[in-house]
Design a protein around this ligand. Structure first.
Ligand SMILES: [Zn+2]
Length: 411
């Protein structure tokens, strides 16, 4: 195994990484962290030169990709744009909170860079005790995250049982009502209640009636609402995902169901997993309903039927005799190399690959047109109705990349 020799008393170049976390339990500011690190260098009389300071303000440690300066530091050090032998952090949690801190250390170590923490007095990470400490630090970073998550969950469950709003975005048609308390002579918010906005009740009812009585899906409902001149522009545009959310949310008939899914981060991607039903927190009388329960259930029955048909079509397509595993449904995105990279210039959303229905060419081959479209254009929330042919865009982009990579001299 390669060993990066650590000799604290040799002159070397160091970088500092600081991060302001969004949680309030650890409020040390980036400036305080920098001060602590510099003070310790002076106190230990280390002959180090600080060549760069990277700081991410107000970033959670959960996602690496949301910390631009962290990513820049990793790039700079690994490609040699910044030459340093050490990364100094206040505590290990600043670098990373998840299970990937060992991975980060490994990557840096391969570039000949070691990570030292001020709270361990810059202990030698290559010594036996240093390695033990590294292990403890990474366990602590993970454990701290777990304990925090546990406390948040407990707090939310308690709030739901009491009928208090547990936090998060307020669903359409509702608002929050503050309930105040006098504390040491000062009026403070004690908790919040979810209450219907009476002026919006007819609109919410209309959405559920379209879904229940006319059996419309969210796209069609969105289109109708966005095109309706009697609905105030302030409420527009309606988007498919929020109509979907509304129609599936029990809050509209007054019940709070919380904890159906849990989320975690794996390889920097958010993963959603369903929780077993006995772990859900339910309060059937959480708030005043906006729609009668039978209407909600009728809409839900149609939605379940839609989902079932959709699933059946997918399965049918997957087992189709011609061996092609292409879903035969409109609007189902297959994997296209530019997915997520094509942006709508009218609204900034990522455009999605959408496929026409299958047609037969004159010589009897099955064909389909695939084009990138703005997902909000379907519902009328975005005016950009352009369709960009997928094959044309892919070939053009590939050609450009090849030209850039293998510089063709044209002059
Ligand atoms: Zn758009």
């Amino acid at each position: 195994m390669l060993r990066n020799r650590f000799e604290p008393n040799r002159k070397c170049h160091v970088v500092i990484y600081v991060r302001m976390s969004t949680d309030h339990q650890n409020p040390r500011s980036p400036d305080q962290q920098i001060a602590t690190i510099k003070e310790l260098i002076n106190r230990l009389k280390l002959p180090w030169t600080i060549v760069m300071i990277y700081r991410d303000d107000g970033k959670s440690g959960r996602y690496k990709r949301k910390r631009p300066q962290f990513l820049k530091m990793m790039r700079d050090l690994r490609c040699g744009a910044v030459k340093a032998q050490l990364v100094l952090v206040d505590t290990f949690e600043r670098l990373s909170r998840g299970d990937d801190n060992a991975e980060i250390r490994r990557k840096l170590s391969r570039a000949g860079v070691l990570v030292l923490t001020a709270d361990s007095q810059f202990q030698d990470p290559t010594s036996v005790s240093g390695q033990a400490l590294t292990m403890v630090e990474s366990i602590r970073a993970t454990e701290e995250g777990r304990v925090k998550a546990h406390n948040v969950v407990r707090g939310k469950k308690d709030a739901i049982r009491l009928g208090h709003w547990p936090g998060g975005p307020v669903p359409f048609g509702f608002r929050l009502k503050n309930v105040m308390i006098i504390c040491h002579g000062i009026e403070e918010i004690d908790y919040r209640l979810l209450v219907p906005v009476e002026e919006l009740r007819p609109l919410v009812l209309r959405i559920f009636e379209l879904a229940a009585k006319k059996k419309w899906g969210a796209i069609r409902i969105c289109k109708a609402l966005n095109a309706d001149p009697d609905i105030s522009d302030a409420l527009k545009p309606f988007v498919v995902s929020s109509i979907d959310y509304m129609l599936d949310s029990e809050l509209y008939f007054g019940e709070m169901v919380w904890g159906k899914n849990c989320t975690g981060i794996e390889d920097d991607v958010r993963v959603v997993q369903p929780n077993p039903e006995e772990e859900w927190e339910r309060n059937p009388n959480f708030c005043e309903p906006l729609v009668p329960r039978p209407l909600w259930e009728e809409a839900q029955a149609h939605r379940a039927e839609r989902r079932r048909r959709h699933q059946a079509a997918l399965e049918h397509a997957a087992t189709a005799e011609d061996g092609s595993a292409c879903p035969r449904l409109r609007g189902v995105a297959l994997t296209y190399p530019l997915s997520g990279l094509v942006m709508c210039d009218a609204c900034g959303r990522a455009m999605v690959a959408s496929s026409s229905s299958v047609y037969l060419t004159v010589d009897g081959h099955e064909r389909r047109y695939v084009a990138y479209v703005c997902p909000a254009a379907l519902s009328g929330a975005c005016p950009n109705t352009r369709r960009i042919p997928e094959d044309w865009l892919r070939e053009t982009v590939m050609e450009l990349i090849c030209q850039r990579l293998f510089l063709k001299r044209t002059a």
